[in-house]
Design a binder for this molecule. Structure first.
Ligand SMILES: Nc1ncnc2c1ncn2[C@@H]1O[C@H](COP(=O)(O)OP(=O)(O)OP(=O)(O)O)[C@@H](O)[C@H]1O
Ligand SMILES: [Mg+2]
Length: 260
């Protein structure tokens, strides 16, 4: 289980020579249960990716604690191989000179797995994300956005993580590919029993995948609600986001969008 307790984060500067500090996250507390999918939803600049970096242990909170199975997330030993991430920018997530098999093998090599073991596992992982073995020798520029994101997902699940942080992982894909990737994530979750933290500004995608949704605005948690009870949101912010998502559904081709 992941426990986030009273986390705060500020950044200094931004502008050159400026020493002004800007608080990006305020009093963030929540938990993530094993096997749960938690959505983090908010507008651009609300602090989602910053929170994501703290949850990956890449950056430290200024105050408060983030613990995974009772150990601080900042301790390398506490998170090694247990937490993976998939980001929006799939093209730069894979090294341009790495073939698909090399990209997927990388985290396994870091775990010290044997070559034969890795080789076998790559085929299985690619198959699980819907790519056949012919993709092993391909390079990122030979892949479509959806295929590249499938490779990133294969790499993320390769170490059998306990949770995967997905930061706008489907946002730059077109609607039908988005849907396929969301389906894939659902299927993998059943196979591996992992938790997801699904960061997005797309309420519809979140509603489709998540068990609970956390609305974040200007670095504050506005509301956390079960996805099944989404229609009962209390905060004005969450209500406004919901209205906006429903309006979008009305104005676009319904077949193209994931219906709430
Ligand atoms: N390293 C940094 N240094 C200074 N300011 C930062 C840094 N990282 C983020 N910020 C600021 O923190 C705020 C939150 O940024 P963040 O990237 O977390 O938002 P976000 O919710 O992920 O937005 P988006 O939906 O556009 O990805 C922004 O005002 C941003 O300018
Ligand atoms: Mg972001």
């Amino acid at each position: 289980m992941l426990t986030v307790n009273q986390v705060e984060k500020s950044y200094t500067g931004g502008k050159l020579f400026s020493s002004k500090s800007k608080q990006v996250l305020h009093h963030i507390s929540f938990t993530l249960e094993p096997g749960e999918v938690l959505g983090i939803i908010g507008e651009s600049g609300s602090g989602k990716s910053t929170l994501g970096r703290l949850l990956l242990g890449i950056e430290k909170p200024d105050r408060g604690t983030i613990q995974f199975e009772g150990r601080d997330i900042g301790e390398r030993a506490g998170r090694k191989g247990k937490i993976s991430a998939v980001f929006q920018d799939y093209t730069s997530s894979i090294h341009p000179f790495y073939s698909v098999e090399k990209a997927v093998a990388e985290p396994l090599k870091l775990q010290g797995r044997k070559h034969a073991d890795i080789d076998h596992k790559i085929d299985r992982l690619l198959h699980e994300v819907g790519l056949d073995s012919s993709y092993r020798k391909k390079y990122p520029h030979e892949l479509s956005g959806g295929q590249a994101q499938r490779v990133c997902i294969a790499r993320a699940v390769s170490t059998d993580p306990q949770y995967i942080l997905l930061d706008e992982a489907v946002s730059s894909l077109d609607a039908s590919v988005q849907f396929q990737i969301l389906e894939l994530l659902k299927k993998l979750k059943e196979t591996y029993g992992m938790s997801y933290i699904f960061i997005t500004h797309d309420l519809q995608a979140a509603a489709y995948l998540c068990d609970r949704m956390m609305f974040i605005r200007s670095g504050h948690i506005e509301e956390i609600i079960s996805a099944r009870r989404l229609n009962e949101v209390q905060s004005e912010y969450a209500k406004a986001m919901l209205q906006m998502a429903l309006r979008l559904t009305d104005s676009r081709d319904r077949k193209e969008r994931i219906i709430l």
